[in-house]
Ligand binder design. Structure first.
Ligand SMILES: *Cc1c(COP(=O)(O)O)cnc(C)c1O
Length: 398
């Protein structure tokens, strides 16, 4: 393992803790390093490569669009952007879409829309935003201020004012936090980076009720849970609770950078010309890719398969819990966003899988192992993860 890592260590910012591997190629659920070694990918670029690596239809759509038009700016209309917005609206609560390039940008757009909407409709006193402890909404200042994890704030304060954080699933705290001053409540239906913590239906329903009652907007950050990850196109569909605004990114374009902020017409109307913008937002290549991703995910039975595979993965993880009760605390998640919560540090397991089994996963919050495979993962690959985990836990050494 050499040249690529050495070069990166000299020239790249050291803000990432990276595994000692450089990938040069991928195919389906597999990645290949410089020496041609194969890895089974239960990370999928952190829930990004929804269709796996180098999927044929997607690569083709990207190539075709790249040969036609890369960029023209939002001073003009382009077909891929308009068509993608149409497809998103036809398949969600939304009526209008704003495109950007990442999750954090989508969250920024959502927060700005909520502030602007409340300011114009009700005046400058209605600015507070209620968010959850342990949430993750991104690294830019607005998104970071919404993020309920003080560790991420360290050294960056003062943050954007007006945010209040309450514990997830705490209805009483939610009731106390929301008032006439609240312009928005922002939630992830399942807290992803915070440790794969599902929100209860009763909590989501209460959030909807309180937002409506206080004329605040309900924002669902579905950057991690959206685009089929939980076995529905959007996680909110499981709960029968609709947001006023939704953010998407990660899996939306299957690996190309994109972000989207969706809302209803009457709300999006408050982003008038000049209020918000993005040079690259709605890029024709990213939008063509996202359209292809959605077309495939929306095919008959695709999401049903995701649900079945999600259940298979969950059952395998639960079997691990039964077999290692002294090491495993809990299995959490929905669909193909699953976590094995340990009673001990997850790092040795993560590295055992990486080094001995060449299986990629992610570790969050020290004790949580997270699995977000491509949505096209095969049952035998879920079995391979199970065998790998069994071996890793049998050999667990702190
Ligand atoms: C990853 C993530 C973000 C941030 O997305 P970036 O593209 O890294 O800016 C925001 N919200 C949630 C729920 C995420 O999982």
């Amino acid at each position: 393992m050499g040249f690529i890592k050495d070069l990166g260590e000299i020239y790249l910012a050291a803000n990432y803790q990276r595994f000692p591997v450089a990938f040069v190629r991928g195919e389906g659920t597999r990645l290949y390093d410089e020496e041609g070694r194969e890895y089974l990918d239960f990370c999928a670029g952190i829930a990004v490569c929804a269709l796996g690596h180098a999927p044929k239809e997607l690569s083709q759509a990207i190539c075709e669009q790249a040969q036609k038009l890369l960029h023209v700016s939002n001073l003009y209309w382009t077909e891929p952007q308009a068509r993608l917005a149409e497809l998103l609206c036809e398949n969600s609560f939304a009526e209008k879409v704003f495109f950007c390039n990442s999750g954090a940008e989508a969250v920024e757009a959502a927060l700005k829309l909520a502030r602007r909407y409340a300011w114009k409709k009700f005046g400058p006193e209605k600015y507070q935003i209620v968010a959850l402890e342990n949430s993750f909404h991104g690294r830019t200042f607005g998104a970071l201020s919404a993020t309920g994890q003080p560790a991420y704030w360290q050294g960056f304060e003062p943050l954007v004012p007006g945010f209040k954080h309450i514990p997830p699933n705490d209805i009483k705290a939610l009731k106390e936090a929301v008032s006439q001053k609240t312009c928005a409540i922002i939630l992830e239906p399942i807290l992803g980076e915070g440790g794969v913590i599902p929100l209860e239906e009763s909590f989501l329903k209460k959030a909807r009720e309180l937002a409506s009652h206080h004329k605040a907007l309900l924002i669902f950050d579905e950057i991690q849970t959206g685009v089929g990850r939980t076995g529905k196109l959007f996680a909110y569909e499981w709960f029968g609770v609709e947001p006023d605004i939704m953010t998407l990114a990660k899996g939306l374009a299957g690996g190309l950078p994109i972000g989207a902020m969706l809302s209803r017409e009457k709300i999006m109307a408050f982003l008038e010309p000049g209020t918000h913008a993005s040079t690259f937002g709605g890029n024709p290549v990213s939008c063509s890719a996202a359209r292809e991703v959605l077309k495939i995910i929306l095919k008959k039975d695709f999401l049903k398969e995701v649900q079945l595979k999600g259940r298979a993965l969950e059952q395998r993880l639960k079997a691990i819990k039964e077999e290692f009760p002294e090491l495993v605390e809990e299995v959490r998640g929905k669909g193909l966003l699953q976590a094995l919560v340990l009673k001990v540090s997850a790092t040795p397991v993560l590295f055992y899988l990486f080094e001995q089994k060449r299986i990629l996963a992610t570790c969050i919050k020290d004790r949580v192992l997270r699995f977000t495979p491509p949505l096209i993962v095969a049952y035998r690959e879920i079995d391979a993860l199970y065998e790998g985990l069994k071996e890793a836990l049998k050999n667990y050494q702190a």
